[in-house]
Design a protein around this ligand. Structure first.
Ligand code: 3HC
Length: 292
């Protein structure tokens, strides 16, 4: 019988969305996070998202129950056992990634492929802490993961063709279009997108209003969201980590992170998820004003 089990490590914004996308595509999913609060939040978010879809008539109650029936949660890495594929989506810090890969490598079956959702860290470096570097590669999702159609595939120096084929087939099954991105910081999308968000933050720091900066790009370039809104949406900490990765990785001052982003992260203003970023949000996530 075909192995239909995938494990997703991390139940934050990205991990929970990836788990949802996999369950919707028919996979049996275990979403693992050692922080119980993250698991509780992930469960509450998916329930509320699906309830809205049922209310809008975009999903039946039966479909909701069926998808949620394929999605389980755990606090133990041991539950990666039996999965043909493990998708890691823990915070974007190399030491956290390496620690996670060591643990998953020790617990997973020998043939299991392990992918990282890193948005720009070195796949080869992450793979180097495991005993299966040929079975490691990058699969970078975009937020919100169940909705965004792209999956960036990133091979490490020793990723095998078999591993690539497993991930490519998985991508097709969850309905994503793939691009082959180079193993350099930011891969493909973030190398282009995040410097734009960073430049937008500089403009706010220099006195432009977030609304004006967002309207300029939304109405002038037809983007669905402005760069400031988008930064709040994905998390200011996540965006700053990616920008810092570009700066450190290319050793090029053109990628210097905007100091305002650093101050905001230090002060706990992380965007929509904390209710406070460039904009202010109510408990339901609706925008209620601006901080600049
Ligand atoms: N999680 C899951 N699904 C979500 C969601 C979320 N957080 N937010 C919205 N959705 C779903 C809704 O349920 C809805 O599904 P339905 O059509 O089945 O009802 C669908 O998305 C559309 O939602 P809405 O009608 O509420 O809103 P919009 O039509 O305004 O679309 C959007 C929302 C898809 C987020 C759109 O604004 C958009 O495309 N924004 C740009 C997103 C973007 O650029 N993402 C990339 C970020 S960069 C990144 O991810 C890199 C990484 O390294 C951080």
């Amino acid at each position: 019988m075909e192995n239909n089990k995938v494990a997703v490590i991390g139940a934050g914004l990205m991990g929970s969305g990836i788990a949802q996308a996999c369950a919707q595509a028919g996979y049996q999913v275990v979403n693992i996070d050692t922080f119980e609060t993250a698991v509780e939040k992930a469960k509450a978010n998916i329930n509320s998202l699906f309830n809205k879809k049922v209310e809008k008539g975009k999903m039946t109650r039966e479909q909701k129950d069926e998808i949620l029936g394929r999605l389980t949660y755990s606090g133990s890495f041991e539950d990666v056992k039996g999965a043909f594929l493990v998708l890691e989506a823990v915070p974007e810090k190399i030491e956290i990634k390496k620690d996670t890969f060591r643990k998953v490598d020790a617990a997973a079956d020998p043939g299991t492929v392990i992918v990282s959702n890193t948005s720009g860290l070195s796949i080869s470096e992450i793979a180097s802490v495991t005993d299966r570097p040929d079975k490691i590669m990058g699969a970078h999702f975009f937020y919100p993961a169940p909705v965004m159609k792209l999956l960036e595939l990133v091979r490490g120096l020793v990723t095998s063709d078999e591993t690539y084929a497993v991930v490519k087939e998985f991508a097709a099954r969850i309905g994503k279009t793939t691009v082959d991105a180079p193993e350099f910081p930011g891969f493909m999308v973030n190398r282009i997108l995040v410097p734009m968000q960073n430049e937008a933050a500089f403009m706010v720091m220099e006195g432009s209003s977030p609304e004006d900066v967002d309207n300029a790009i939304k109405l002038g370039c037809n983007h669905p969201m402005g760069p400031i809104e988008l930064t709040d949406f994905v998390g200011i900490d996540t965006m700053l980590a990616t920008m810092t990765g570009l700066y450190n990785g290319f050793h090029d001052s053109k990628y210097r992170p905007c100091p305002l982003l650093e101050t905001m992260v230090k002060s706990g203003m992380l965007g929509k998820k904390t209710g406070n970023g460039f904009y202010k949000y109510d408990e339901k996530g609706n925008k209620i004003g601006s901080n600049f």
